[in-house]
Ligand binder design. Structure first.
Ligand SMILES: [Zn+2]
Length: 252
């Protein structure tokens, strides 16, 4: 579905894939679980929207878990897209002792573009600011970019890794909390008024798309939250700190 003039949801109910850009070129943010999904859901969805998947220039992988990179191979090889990820998560995928294996996931990408904190990836007409937000994985990245609603500009922040699936590790939880706090500060400075995730159940994107579908001419855009978009980062921070405190009290 077209969510903003320049942002399209091309995932499913379990995991998001976002296409950002214009006819000049697109960023694909995450690639779902497998080449089967990236072909039948991402690529087919892009074609259904009347867009050209050959214009995908970069696949930006938010973190090194296969539900986000598993379909990259089909997109990269079919359309010549480059794969961008943080150094820490390239290393994660290169380390057999660290990376998670799952038969449902497509092949891991081989080292391509390394993106760094503060870097801005550019395609003519579209910029993505990269922020390193370690916690969910050592090299999770979160993204800030502009979206337009009928020509009115908004600023979106996409949080790259929700979930404490690394277990009761207070050091990682505190790192996660620090990343969320820092991201919240940067998002406030950048005027973020749209909060997005890479799983639809984390940003209510399925419900919001349903509302968008039946939006009246003068209705607000359901994804535009105003300053309350920033609350997500304090919730992420506080949840991580609460879990860290629980782990620490359990181990005392
Ligand atoms: Zn993950």
């Amino acid at each position: 579905m077209r969510v903003f003039d320049n942002l399209f949801f091309v995932g499913n109910r379990q995991v998001s894939a976002w296409l950002l850009g214009t006819d000049n070129g697109y960023f694909l943010i995450d690639a779902m679980n497998s080449d089967r999904q990236s072909k039948s859901i991402i690529s087919a969805g892009i074609l259904t929207l009347g867009l050209n998947p050959e214009k995908i220039k970069y696949i930006v992988i938010t973190h090194g878990h296969g539900d986000h990179y598993g379909g990259q191979n089909y997109i990269a090889t079919t359309y010549g897209a480059r794969v961008a990820m943080s150094e820490a998560d390239w290393q994660l995928l290169e380390d057999p002792a660290q990376r998670i294996e799952n038969p449902n996931w497509g092949p891991r990408p081989l080292r391509d573009i390394v993106v760094k904190d503060g870097e801005v990836l550019q395609i003519p007409g579209t910029d993505i600011r990269i922020l390193e937000t370690p916690g969910h994985t050592p090299g999770t990245i979160s993204l800030i970019f502009k979206v337009d609603d009928k020509g009115v500009r908004h600023t979106a922040a996409l949080w790259g890794g929700t979930g404490f699936n690394f277990g009761p590790d207070d050091v990682k939880l505190r790192q996660y909390a620090g990343s969320a706090a820092r991201m919240g500060e940067i998002a406030a400075k950048q005027g973020v008024d749209v909060f997005l995730s890479n799983h639809p159940n984390r940003d209510s994107s399925i419900e919001k798309m349903a509302r968008l579908n039946s939006r009246g001419l003068n209705d607000p855009h359901p994804f535009v939250m105003g300053p309350s978009a920033l609350k997500a980062f304090s919730v992420l921070e506080q949840c991580a700190l609460a879990q860290a405190a629980r782990v620490e009290s359990d181990t005392q």
